[in-house]
Design a protein around this ligand. Structure first.
Ligand SMILES: N[C@](CCCC[B-](O)(O)O)(CCN1CCCCC1)C(=O)O
Ligand SMILES: [Mn+2]
Ligand SMILES: [Mn+2]
Length: 302
């Protein structure tokens, strides 16, 4: 595996400080060395710097729109460059609003992709349906062709166009979905394996059905650490009980790795400041590292 790492220390898709510290925390935990030890070629593209747009007043309820738009434009260019260099792109967030730039840039480089979105949340609010105005709860609406009419033109977002079909999206791990999001998902018949299906089918069957459902396009895995149960990964901004076990989380990455289709990975919403103890932070960061190692060939058997 050839891996290109992009640090995206960005927090303005949500209100809690700390998530911008995660890229350096993940590196300090030995992510790159561990990838190299398991045989990956690793290129670190460093951390992006983002423009802090002054007086970034809410637009149609969405907060920090200009700052989020500018950040994602830069991220899109960076991911496109990493893909053009021939690597699997790894984007270390930062909050989940960064998926806008990550998936946009991936598509710009390789054409249409499949998205596997592992998350407690659907992140599919439109700017007008969101109750919080936090754009980390909205990235999917900016990306989907089918929701284009529901997203008004926003400042610093004119650089992008929708680039994903709802038919090429699968959710895994959902358990905290707002009514407006559920309505949109039903309307678009989005394929979703909530925690109920994980319980009913088991994670192995969920992964078989996910890959049977998706075409053979390059896969973009967008992994929100809050998909994992907060008992394992508490240092995150919007924890929700009843999540994936460590083993289920790892199995998802091992399964996608062996498809040979994995083309880009996001690891987002790790927030070291949201851990109550050092152990909380360590457990969250080391789980995120292990999930990424699973994406790139680490096998628990040795
Ligand atoms: N859906 C929420 C949470 C978004 C989480 C973003 B992610 O997945 O990147 O972490 C709001 C959640 N909901 C609001 C009403 C009270 C219960 C929580 C939102 O803010 O839109
Ligand atoms: Mn998310
Ligand atoms: Mn989430």
């Amino acid at each position: 595996h050839s891996v290109g790492i992009i640090g995206a220390p960005f927090s303005k898709g949500q209100p809690k400080d700390g998530v911008e510290c995660a890229p350096n925390k993940l590196r300090a935990a030995g992510l790159l060395e561990r990838l190299q030890q398991q045989g990956c070629a690793v290129k670190d593209y460093g951390n992006l710097t983002f423009e802090n747009v002054a007086l970034d007043e809410p637009v149609k309820g969405s907060k920090s729109v200009r700052t989020v738009g500018s950040a994602n434009q830069r991220l899109s260019e960076a991911v496109k460059a990493v893909k053009r260099d021939g690597h699997t792109a790894v984007m270390l967030g930062g909050d989940h609003s960064l998926a806008i730039g990550s998936i946009h840039g991936h598509t710009a480089a390789v054409g249409p992709v499949s998205v596997v979105w592992v998350d407690a949340h659907a992140d599919i609010h439109t700017p007008l349906s969101s109750n919080t105005g936090n754009i980390h709860g909205q990235p999917m609406s900016y990306l989907l062709y089918e929701l284009q009419s529901k997203v008004p033109p926003l400042p610093n977002f004119s650089w992008m166009k929708p680039c994903l079909s709802s038919r090429d999206l699968v959710y895994i791990g959902l358990r905290d979905v707002d009514p407006e999001e559920h309505y949109i998902m039903k309307l678009l018949t989005v394929k979703a394996f909530s925690m109920t299906q994980v319980d009913q089918l088991g994670v192995a069957r969920v992964m078989e059905e996910t890959c049977d459902y998706l075409s053979k396009k390059p896969i973009h895995l967008s992994y929100d650490i809050d998909a994992i149960d907060p008992s394992v990964t508490p240092a995150t901004g919007t924890p929700a009980v009843g999540g994936l076990t460590y083993r289920e989380g790892i199995y998802i990455t091992e399964y996608l790795c062996q498809t040979g289709l994995l083309s880009a990975v996001d690891m987002v919403e790790v927030n070291p400041l949201r851990g109550r103890t050092e152990d909380d932070v360590h457990s969250t960061v080391s789980t995120a590292v292990d999930l990424l190692l699973g994406c790139f060939g680490r096998r628990r058997e040795g």
